[in-house]
Every structure is written in structure tokens, then in C-alpha cells.
Design a protein around this ligand. Structure first.
Ligand code: SF4
Length: 299
């Protein structure tokens, strides 16, 4: 497989071939989509690589089999589309005759009762583990006036690199001993696929795994509700401290967990390129830290 092209570019060439009715591309997609989803281990109290870096209380509620909200029609559609894009990624490797494993197991053999299953292992010049993720469109920043393409790409990459995805990728890299990449799709369809290498030290990931194990040991006592976080709202004119974004997408919110509510405005400005004016409620140190992060393109 031509390693001069990025994985994302290979993905593009595959979907173009599929749309053009390339018989091998169509057959590869049919082959992958006919494969059944592997069964879950069903082992009680099992933690997963995908729990690492997200709300520990949510992971513990899952272990306790707490009541949750049913999926909405929109959620179901979103998961279905993500599933289809993940299949296309595997089909791309099959089409290129370089698929090594689809839905690969990760044996976390030095810890008790952990599980992980990644999406694809393919030969991409070097055999590589690949995890597919889709993100909401607001994770892909718009062009700033005067910005070069390279500068824009740096901002996009910072924004789409999610720490919890990196933890998951580091677990694959550590236990399968393979270079690992993440393929990121914009669910809104305004951006092409992007991919990046999983970097960073496994030690930080291991510490979070330790913390989750510590939470599991004291169940049914739950870890605390997530703190509120700062975010930019009102088309870039207000910074507010409000509910953690995770709570907004959590299936236990309002059913088995009551997230922190209420909103405090910490800064305002008149236009997108005007300076911020802190309000009396702002913790200026935390606000400065947040402003530094957004100037670097994160969060
Ligand atoms: S509602 Fe928020 S704090 Fe509660 S479990 Fe969900 S993500 Fe965690």
C-alpha cells in the first residue's frame, strides 16, 4: 500500500472507487459489512479502554447497571453512520490487499478484568493499528481570515486530538505493540477524513487506569459528579462556566446522575476579534489559563 498517501487519502480513494462501482471495492465493502459484530465478553465489572479519560462516575454507573436513557433516533442514526464509516475503513484495507485484522482484540494481560477491541490492523507501509472516530462538526474550526492552509491544519489537528481517544490508542499501542493511528471523520460532512499518529507516554494512561480500578474497588460508592468547565458561547462573544460537555451527552444524566447545573459568565467581548473583558465572577488565573489554551487552538 502506498505509504506516501495518508490513511485519510486512501480512505478517499476507496470511497471514490466504491461510488464508481469498482467491483473489487464493492466486493470488499460487502465482505466487511457481512461480518458479524464480535460478541462482548459479558464479564461483569469489566473496564474498557474506551472508559479511560472520560467521566469515571459514568463508567461506574455502567458497572452497576444503572438505569439510563434510551437512544434517541438521532443517536441511533449517528452510531449507524459511524459503524458504516468504520466498515469502509476496513474495506479500504481489504481492497488494497493489506487488511491484517478487523475488530482486533487487545489483551490487557497485566491488569484484572480489562477489555479492549480496536477497529482495524492494516499494512500501511508498516503494520499499523487504526481506530476510527467521528466527531461533531463543531470540532472542526472554520478558517480564520489571513490564515494559511498549514496554520489552519495545525488548529484543526489540535482541536480534533481528543485526550480520551489518545488514551485508547495508547492502550492498543502498548498491548498490541504496534504503531497506532486515529482516523477522524466530521459527522457533518463538511470536512474530509483526517488521521494522526497516537503519540504520548503510556504512563499517564496507566495512571488513569489505576484510578478507574480504585473506583471499581469501592463500588457501590461512586466518584463525584464532574466539575463545570469553561467554554466559549454566543458566537465567540461569551466565556461561561457551565455544565461539563460530557454530562450533556451522558446517558445517565437526569436518570441515575444529577450533573451540576447553572451557568456563570466569566468574560465578554463585543466582537470575535475584540479583547475579552472579565466579569466579577471570573477566577482570573483559571480564565487566563483557558484563554491561553484557546489561543493555541485547544480545547
Ligand atoms: S451526568 Fe456527568 S457526572 Fe454524571 S455520570 Fe454522566 S458525565 Fe458523569
Amino acid at each position: 500500500m502506498d505509504s506516501q498517501l495518508s490513511l485519510a487519502e486512501h480512505y478517499d480513494t476507496f470511497i471514490a472507487a466504491y461510488k464508481d462501482d469498482d467491483p473489487r471495492a464493492v466486493a470488499a465493502q460487502a465482505d466487511i459489512s457481512s461480518r458479524p459484530h464480535p460478541a462482548h465478553s459479558g464479564k461483569p465489572n469489566r473496564l474498557y479502554a474506551s472508559d479511560v479519560g472520560l467521566c469515571p462516575r459514568r463508567a461506574m454507573l455502567r458497572l452497576l447497571r444503572a438505569k439510563d436513557k434510551p437512544l434517541s433516533r438521532g443517536d441511533r442514526l449517528m452510531f449507524h453512520l459511524a459503524d458504516r464509516m468504520e466498515q469502509d475503513l476496513a474495506a479500504m484495507f481489504l481492497w488494497r490487499e493489506s487488511l491484517v485484522e478487523y475488530q482486533f482484540e487487545v489483551n490487557i494481560n497485566d491488569r484484572d478484568n480489562w477489555g479492549a477491541r480496536g477497529d482495524v490492523i492494516g499494512d500501511y507501509g508498516v503494520v499499523t493499528a487504526v481506530e476510527f472516530k467521528s466527531l461533531r462538526p463543531n470540532n472542526f474550526p472554520a478558517w480564520k481570515s489571513g490564515e494559511s492552509e498549514a496554520e489552519h491544519e495545525v488548529r484543526v489537528e489540535k482541536k480534533i486530538k481528543k485526550e480520551h481517544h489518545l488514551h485508547q490508542g495508547r492502550i492498543y499501542r502498548q498491548y498490541r505493540n504496534l504503531p497506532t493511528r486515529l482516523c477522524i471523520a466530521d459527522r457533518g460532512g463538511s470536512n474530509g477524513m483526517r488521521d494522526y499518529a497516537v503519540e504520548g507516554d503510556f504512563a499517564t494512561t496507566a495512571l488513569i487506569m489505576d484510578e478507574l480500578e480504585a473506583c471499581r474497588r469501592v463500588l457501590p460508592t461512586l466518584p463525584p459528579v464532574l466539575d463545570k468547565v469553561l467554554g466559549v458561547y454566543d458566537y465567540g462573544k461569551t466565556i461561561k462556566l457551565q455544565q461539563n460537555w460530557e454530562c450533556g451527552y451522558c446517558k445517565y444524566a437526569g436518570v441515575s446522575c444529577t450533573p451540576l447545573s447553572g451557568s456563570e459568565t466569566w468574560a465578554r467581548r463585543d466582537g470575535k476579534y475584540e479583547p475579552w473583558r472579565p466579569t466579577g465572577k471570573a477566577d482570573e488565573t483559571k480564565l487566563d489559563d483557558f484563554l491561553q489554551k484557546i489561543s493555541e487552538g485547544v480545547p
